[in-house]
Unconditional design. Structure first.
Length: 64
């Protein structure tokens, strides 16, 4: 049985130029808006799952 070994490539660290520094400030300012949007999406998704769970339940008919 042959074993294939992957050689690790040397990892280059990229240095950000100073032109990218303001982008971090914009990301920090946009973070609360993104968090709020993600929270809303999670709430809607959870609500939809709960509703579909309730809809897919068999009807509760009283038995005699």
């Amino acid at each position: 049985m042959r074993h294939f070994h992957l050689r690790r490539q040397p990892h280059e660290q990229r240095v950000r130029s100073s032109a990218h520094e303001p982008a971090r400030a914009l990301d920090a300012a946009a973070a609360p808006a993104v968090d709020a949007a993600l929270d809303q999406a999670a709430a809607l998704w959870t609500t939809r799952r709960i509703r579909s769970f309730l809809v897919l339940q068999p009807g509760c008919t009283p038995r005699r």
